[in-house]
Design a protein. Structure first.
Length: 148
């Protein structure tokens, strides 16, 4: 599966955030995950690709904490995974331009020393099947071929 980053905003987008450039606005309350965790490193990559210095007010230990603050209206915007926007149901997402977005790839493989190799093969087949890819798409992930 694949995932990408989005600008997460409280439901209804009360601060009228429109783009990654809004992350330079010191009048907004902005957040990302801390450097060194996947969502934080991805956010730094987004800011670098957009050539902006983000005026962050908070860095959170994980994306769940960031989503919680966005849902509670404690932040005007944050950089989160697309799948977190979809699964939250409490925040809205704003797409990032392709040239400043980050694509996260989640590989799947059978372990050589798996206790039940036939179960592992069956699980991989299910994930790669149309139904498995449909479940991932409903959760906000893009399919293995890159389509949503």
């Amino acid at each position: 599966a694949r995932n990408s980053m989005q600008i997460g905003v409280p439901a209804g987008n009360p601060a009228a955030v429109t783009s990654i450039d809004d992350f330079t606005n010191t009048d907004l309350f902005l957040g990302a995950c801390i450097e060194g965790v996947p969502c934080g490193d991805a956010a730094l990559d987004v800011f670098a690709a957009a050539s902006i210095e983000a005026a962050l007010d908070t860095t959170e230990p994980d994306v769940g904490a960031l989503v919680t603050k966005l849902a509670a209206g404690e932040l005007d915007a944050g950089i989160v995974y697309r799948s977190d926007v979809v699964s939250s149901g409490e925040i809205d997402g704003i797409e990032l331009p392709t040239d400043s977005n980050v694509v996260v790839v989640y590989p799947i493989a059978q372990l050589q020393d798996a206790r039940d190799s036939s179960l592992a093969v069956d699980f991989i087949a299910f994930v790669l099947s149309g139904k498995g890819q449909s479940i991932l798409a409903e959760a906000g992930f893009a399919s293995i071929d890159g389509a949503s």
